[in-house]
Design a protein around this ligand. Structure first.
Ligand code: DOR
Ligand code: ZN
Length: 401
């Protein structure tokens, strides 16, 4: 089967070109000025075609918490948001901290219509399983409170985890970012550390202004880029997440981090909870995000806050490079055909009733955004097109390490 996407605008080394893209056997076969024959043809209508986004931080809640989300609803929402690969986090029920739980999750994730990677959770005593876990995206270490209670605070255990895992994703807040880095320095650890959801100027400094800066990567979320603590006054529980929203100055510092390349990745930390749960007195922390990340970023592009090249670097290329995902993240011949068509002029409000996430709400509800994904192609298959989902299963990504 082959598919031709006609009339594409593509970015090649920062410049814009008009091209046609031929997809064969799930891969990008040609990026060309010619019009090769194909089994089917779609017209991008001179819209930009970008690599699909790789969201290295989602909570799709399966197994155990499927009243909030599952791999089907989560992946439909991701596809609608222009995301073609996700990494699922381990704080499910049971948590993904044993080989049996990893196998179980692998089977459940087969439902996903976007590609997936699985992140293995660290505990104080699962080093043997961390060592044996096959084809995992990374090991996740929680040094601060989170949904699911996976916190590890013993520094020796933390050191062993960093030693065992080629790349550890750390949920560390405030000075704990520095604590994590101190463990790396003190024990001369050569492995990599990815700091999830950096939320403040200070955390970004801890993460990036130290002598290990080449081993350490920083992620920010759209919620910390597009909201600040004032939003909590308006939205209450619906703007509460870990780490919490910070000040306007912190928000500005994260945008500066994008400009000066201290920020390596933007990822959603898609953490759906039902409205009813958020309305309870002891509500859970976290907000959904896979359907709004790209529209928010394209809207920011339209107001000159970020370039398309930066969006592609932060949401496609860097995740692929940092986690060494095989064959993804680039719109280049030979790479997997994970592609999206985006309409930069489409203006639309975020509306709860349009959302495909099971939780059916967004902290950005009512916001009018300019720039939306219109078509999403995963492994050469159209899985989302103008409001319609096509249930074609994707698969687990592989890593080149
Ligand atoms: O806000 C958050 N929600 N932060 C976390 O660390 C976990 C997440 C969740 O799973 O709900
Ligand atoms: Zn998270």
């Amino acid at each position: 089967m082959s598919l031709l996407i006609k009339n594409c605008r593509v970015l090649i080394k920062d410049k814009v070109y008009a091209k046609n893209i031929l997809i064969r056997k799930g891969r990008i076969a040609k990026v060309t000025n010619k019009e090769p024959k194909a089994d089917s043809v779609i017209d991008a209508k001179n819209n930009f075609v970008l690599p699909g986004l790789i969201d290295c931080h989602v909570h799709f809640r399966e197994p155990g918490l499927t009243h909030k989300e599952d791999f089907m609803t989560g992946s439909m929402a991701a596809a609608k948001g222009g995301i073609t690969t996700i990494f699922d986090m381990p704080n499910t029920l049971p948590p993904t901290t044993t080989l049996a739980a990893l196998d179980e999750k692998r089977k459940l994730a087969a439902k996903s219509i976007v590609n997936f990677g699985l992140v293995f959770g660290a505990t104080t005593n699962n080093l043997a399983d961390i060592k044996k876990a096959k084809n995992v995206a990374a090991v996740k270490l929680y040094m601060d409170e989170t949904t699911g209670g996976l916190k590890v605070d013993d520094l020796e255990a933390i050191c062993d985890i960093f030693r065992m895992s080629k790349i550890t994703i750390v949920h560390a807040e405030d000075y704990n970012v520095q604590n994590a880095i101190n463990v790396m320095i003190k024990n001369k650890i050569k492995n990599r550390l990815h700091v999830a959801h950096v939320s403040s100027a200070q955390e970004l400094k801890y993460a990036k202004q130290n002598k290990l800066s080449r081993q350490i990567t920083a992620e920010v979320t759209p919620q910390h880029l597009f909201m600040n603590k004032k939003d909590i006054q308006v939205l209450g529980a619906f703007a509460e997440m870990n780490p919490r929203l910070k000040t306007e100055q912190d928000q500005k510092a994260l945008w500066e981090g994008i400009k000066n390349r201290e920020v390596d990745i933007i990822a959603t930390d898609h953490a759906p909870h039902l409205k009813e749960e958020k309305e309870m007195a002891n509500y859970p922390f976290g907000v959904p995000g896979v359907e709004t990340m790209l529209p928010l970023l394209l809207d920011a592009f339209n107001s000159n806050k970020i370039t398309l090249t930066e969006i592609v670097r932060l949401c496609c290329e860097n995740p692929a490079k940092i986690f060494k995902i095989k064959n993804k993240g680039f719109l280049k011949e030979g790479f997997d055909a994970d592609l999206i068509i985006v309409d930069l002029d489409k203006r639309q409000a975020v509306r709860n009733e349009d959302l495909l996430t099971k939780c059916k709400w967004s902290p950005f509800e009512g916001k009018i955004l300019k720039g939306w994904p219109v078509t999403t192609i995963v492994n050469g298959n159209i899985v989302y097109d103008n409001g319609e989902i096509f249930d074609i299963k994707a698969g687990e990504v592989q890593y080149g390490r």
